[in-house]
Design a protein around this ligand. Structure first.
Ligand code: NAD
Ligand code: FES
Length: 277
């Protein structure tokens, strides 16, 4: 059992849970994730480890409530517990030794790029973060990223920071030059747009793929992605890949396949939840 020791609402549908998991906290490296099951029979949810506190034996999970299972998870209160947390899983981030990295976070993806920025800054790499949200209330992890270097905040509606998508700010940074690597994490169209943007500048671009995961061990094939025309498994070969080699169209198609089932499950959950209250 993994008790929840702290909980915070980061944006209208994004919740941060700090959870007791001492063995994972001890060995986790940036870029790795866990698979969480709220209770027996519950769906398995892959979540990046956004932060750890080794001395407290805790890990931080940032969860976007979009379906039934994520709503169930974010409805847990401090003092309640998550039954199963498996991990750390996936390959750690291949971190630069020096130079300038630009970390781009779109929406909830900002919580995934944060541990990468934190690790890079920790080894002396210059970090510039570009983070975006639909409006001010959807921007997350700004203070944490400011501790790692400069931050450019973008909002789609211009309610905070620079108006427009993160890609517009990234383009300006590419024009200035001197970037050794871009890390981009967020919605698939954003990661695709960042990768297409950096291609003509020949800037190495790493993306973190949120494909569907079930076992997290390379056995089920659920998370398969096409990388440079070859099938790879995000859970064991990733989740980070060279954005210039990812077949984003196939990834988007596979994610869309399950969207109707997720919507039906969510509507069922909302109806039973309304009856219970
Ligand atoms: P969102 O749709 O609100 O977008 C967040 C920001 O991304 C926008 O403010 C904008 O700056 C940028 N963006 C969006 N579309 C873009 C485009 N076409 N071109 C350029 N920039 C664009 O994001 P959200 O609702 O917080 O994120 C939800 C999505 O993120 C889900 O699809 C989820 O699966 C995905 N996600 C990905 C990861 C990952 O590891 N890659 C992790 C968690 C969630
Ligand atoms: Fe099953 Fe990756 S989640 S192979």
């Amino acid at each position: 059992m993994h008790p929840i020791v702290a909980k915070a609402q980061l944006s209208p549908n994004v919740t941060r849970l700090v959870v007791v998991a001492p063995r994972i906290a001890e060995i986790r490296q940036p870029g790795q994730f866990v698979i969480v099951r709220r209770g027996p029979g519950a769906e398995r949810i892959p979540l990046t480890i956004a932060d750890v506190d080794k001395s407290a034996g805790t890990i931080t999970l940032v969860i976007q409530a979009i379906g039934k299972s994520t709503h169930d998870l974010t409805s847990l209160a401090v003092g309640e517990a998550i039954t199963d947390i498996a991990g750390p899983l996936g390959k750690p981030t291949d971190l630069l030794e020096s130079g300038h990295a630009v970390c781009v976070g779109g929406g909830v993806g900002t919580a995934v790029v944060y541990p990468i920025a934190q690790a890079l800054a920790g080894r002396g790499v210059k970090v510039t973060s570009v983070i975006g949200g639909r409006s001010k209330e959807w921007v997350i992890c700004e203070d944490e990223l400011r501790a790692c270097g400069d931050v450019v905040v973008c909002t789609d509606d211009g309610s905070y920071g620079r108006p427009g998508f993160v890609t517009e700010a990234l383009k300006d940074l590419c024009e200035v030059g001197g970037i050794d690597e871009v890390f981009a994490v967020g919605p698939v169209p954003m990661m695709r747009a960042c990768s297409e943007l950096t291609r003509p500048y020949a800037i190495k671009t790493t993306v973190s793929l949120n494909s569907i995961m079930i076992d997290g061990t390379g056995m089920c094939g659920g998370c398969r992605v096409s990388i440079a025309g070859k099938t790879e498994y995000a859970c064991v070969d990733g989740p980070e890949f060279d954005g210039h080699t990812v077949d984003f169209r196939q990834l988007a198609d596979r994610l869309n396949t399950y969207r109707e089932f997720e919507q039906a499950a969510l509507e069922h959950w909302q109806a039973s939840h309304a009856e219970a209250h």
